[in-house]
Structures are given as C-alpha cells and as structure tokens.
Write a protein that binds this ligand. Structure first.
Ligand SMILES: [Zn+2]
Length: 432
C-alpha cells in the first residue's frame, strides 16, 4: 500500500514540475535596479574590465578561492555531488583561464560574458538602439529579449555599480545554467558534453528534452515541502540555487578584496538573480495552492490532474508576465508609481535577520513559500491577469476590477520583499 501511494506522489510531483515556468520574474533587471537605486554604495562609478583581464591578474589567488567555495558548499549540502578533480581550476594553464574558470564553477561555457548594461525602458531610453541580444545570450531566438535595451560597454570605460549589478541580475537567464546535467542536451539536440563532465547527476525535474528547462533545478528551491513529499520523492531536495548564491557571493567578495570592483558588482548581480527567483512563490513551492491530499486524489483521476496542472502552469506564467507589464508601464508613464517605490521600502530590511547561508532557507524561501497559497487565491477566476499567460503583453490593457486590485496589493508586498532580500544580500557582501 505504502509503495503504491509513494509511487503516486512521485508521478504527480514529476508531473507538476514538468509544466512549471522557468524564468521566474520576467527581467530581473527592473526589480534589482529599483531595489538598489537609493543605496549610496551603488551610485559609485566603476571601471569596466573583461573577465580575461580579471582572471589574468588573479588566477593564482582565485584557484585557492575556488577550492574554498567548493569546500564551503560541500559542508552545507549533504546531497551535493562534488566537483570532479579534473575540473579544478589550474592557474598555470594561461591559455584557457576563461573556460577553466567556468568549468570549475560548473557553468555553461558557451555564455557570452559580453561587457554590457541593460537600460531602463524610460521614455527617453525607449528610442535607444539596442545591441543584438544574441551578443549576450546563448539563445539564438528569444522573443522576450527583443524587448530589452542593451548597451555595449568598453573595457576601461566607466559605468555605475547600479547598472552593473542590476544588469548582471538578469544574466543567469541568458544561459549560465543550461545543459549542465547528465541527461541534458546541447543546442543541437545531442547529449551535452558539459553534462557528462560536471557530475551534477540527472536533472531532478523539468523535461531534459527541452533545452531551456535544464536550468530549472538551479533556479528553484523546494525547502519547505511536507516530509511525506521528501520521503516519496527524494529528488525534490535536488535543487541548487543556494549553491549559486554561495558561489557568487564568495566570488564577489573576492573580486572586491582584490580591487576588481566591476566584477565584484557583476558577481553580486548574478547572486541576486537566484535571491530574486526564490522570492517568487512558484519557485519556492512545488505546487502552490494544491494541498497534499488533493494531489494524491487528483493523481488517480487524470482529467482532474490535467486540469490542476494546466491551472498551475497558466497562473505561474501569467503572474510573471503581468508583473513585467506593470513594471514597463510604470517606468515609461509614471516614475513615481508605487510599483517602483515598493522595492525601496528600506524600513522592512531590518525585519529580517542579517544575511548568511541559512537565510536562504530560514528567511527567504520560508517567506515566499508561506505566501504561495495566498497568491494562488488571488489568481482564482482572475481573467484580467490570467490573460497574460499568452505573452509578455506590453500591448495589453487591463480593466482594474477588484481582483486586479488584490493582485496589485499582493505584488506590492512581494516587490518589497524582493527589495529587502536583495539589499540584505548586498550588505552581506559589502561589509568590510
Ligand atoms: Zn532564474
């Protein structure tokens, strides 16, 4: 009997996770930008530096740091699969520093790492010509990125810490974590070489057939599911956004300590991406709004199961696109909008403990997981928001009914949490 129930769970949880969206907040740049815009440390100018220059100058010290990072995460996660010896960063292999650095962190080695910033889509910036998005992402076709404005930076040029960190906070969605698992495919549909070399095991969830889905276990973290779910489906524990947060926080501190502020802020921005992802209840919760008993029963009745699956998928996608829609509108038409100022509620930062590794579970995901049922309620019969499931919908208009108003109140709360967690993470890195 037990086995039967467990199998049921396993199937349903696999089933649910296959359909979840994978990017979380649409364009992290906006949220991070408005979270940091009033923080004095982010107004400073930094000198742009290529990764090659940073690696060339710091390779010896960096080799030690990368080992420290590996050891630090190993201590935190008993299910962690260690970095194979041959991926250890060799500072003497000076011709291959870049690829070796990426391999030592088990990142996708095709990422472009261009020197760029994203621009806020304000009225005056909307007329700016963007550099091709293919310069900064591994994806040849990306409908969403067509709407973003990217500007190129030159090595040795100046920009602000704010632009660097905020732009970098969207970068992990440009391919950093694609194709890294044993069963992942590469762009051409063949087994991924990186996947074979990296020892990250099989992709815990998401369908490996879909190139883009392979980043899911690194951008979602299910730390607050009922014990019965973990007992039935151990793979639910195999999510690693906390590994990325730890890696990039330590790298950021290292870059600042060795005098490479540009990379300090860029690595910080990368870490902020995963912090932001985990503020999204659909990224910290396996099946928002669907209780354990419902999952069990629905699993036995396929039409019901499919209905729940589709509903979850629609809601996840819709809320992310709706958020993008209101942010774009606010930035272009109403810079004083409460949607933008919600990210700057500094008084809320102190309601949380200081950032540390345990903050990810005890504070960040605990909070977003606790909000998941509420979000699901708000989206019930909420046609004006659910219509965003089809696309990013900049062109759509929304009728402000009671449901929409409730959604907005809900989002304002999520935005202010996003802001506080982003700043608490920055504070942790910048403290001397
Ligand atoms: Zn993400």
């Amino acid at each position: 009997m037990n086995i039967k129930i467990n199998t049921g769970f396993l199937i349903i949880t696999v089933f649910f996770i296959e359909i979840t969206g994978l990017t979380a907040w649409t364009d992290h740049f906006y949220g991070t930008y408005y979270s940091l815009i009033n923080v004095p440390e982010f107004k400073k100018q930094v000198t742009v530096e290529s990764l090659e220059s940073f690696l060339g100058k710091e390779a010896d010290k960096l080799a030690l740091e990368l080992d420290k990072i590996e050891e630090a995460y190993k201590k935190e996660n008993p299910r962690y699969r260690e970095r194979p010896e041959d991926l250890k960063f060799n500072p003497k292999d000076t011709k291959n520093l870049r690829v070796n650095f990426l391999r030592a962190l088990r990142l996708n080695t095709d990422i472009k790492l261009a020197l760029f910033v994203q621009e806020i889509p304000s009225k005056e910036n909307l007329s700016k010509k963007s550099i091709p998005y293919q310069n900064i992402t591994i994806f040849d076709e990306d409908e969403g990125l067509k709407k973003y404005i990217f500007s190129e930076l030159k090595e040795g040029g100046k920009t602000t810490a704010l632009q660097v960190a905020a732009s970098a906070s969207d970068e992990p969605d440009y391919g950093l974590d694609i194709g890294l698992f044993e069963d992942s495919l590469d762009k051409t549909g063949n087994p991924s070489e990186m996947g074979k070399a990296y020892n990250l095991g099989k992709q815990a969830f998401g369908d490996p057939k879909f190139f883009y889905s392979s980043q899911a276990p690194l951008h979602m973290g299910f730390y607050h599911e009922p014990g019965i779910i973990y007992a039935a489906a151990g793979w639910v524990k195999d999510t690693f956004p906390d590994m990325r947060i730890l890696q990039f926080a330590m790298l950021s501190k290292f870059a600042f300590a060795t005098g490479h502020d540009y990379w300090g802020y860029r690595f910080m921005g990368w870490g902020m991406h995963y912090i932001g992802d985990l503020t999204q209840p659909y990224h910290s919760t396996l099946t928002p709004g669907v209780g354990t008993t419902t999952k069990m029963i629905a699993n036995l009745i396929p039409p019901w199961k499919n209905k729940i699956r589709d509903k979850m998928s629609d809601r996840h996608t819709a809320i992310e696109h709706y958020q993008f829609h209101i942010m774009r509108k606010a930035i272009a038409d109403n810079p004083e909008s409460e949607f933008l100022s919600a990210y700057s509620r500094f008084e809320k930062d102190k309601e949380y403990k200081d950032f540390s590794f345990s903050y990810i579970r005890d504070v960040l995901t605990k909070e977003s997981n606790s909000k998941s049922d509420g979000l699901d309620d708000v989206l019930d019969d909420n046609e004006e928001v659910i219509k965003f499931k089809e696309g990013k919908g900049i062109e759509l208009t929304v009728i402000e009914n009671e449901k929409v108003k409730k959604t907005n109140i809900y989002l304002l709360d999520l935005f202010s949490s996003f802001g506080s967690h982003t700043r608490n993470f920055a504070k942790f890195i910048l403290v001397k």
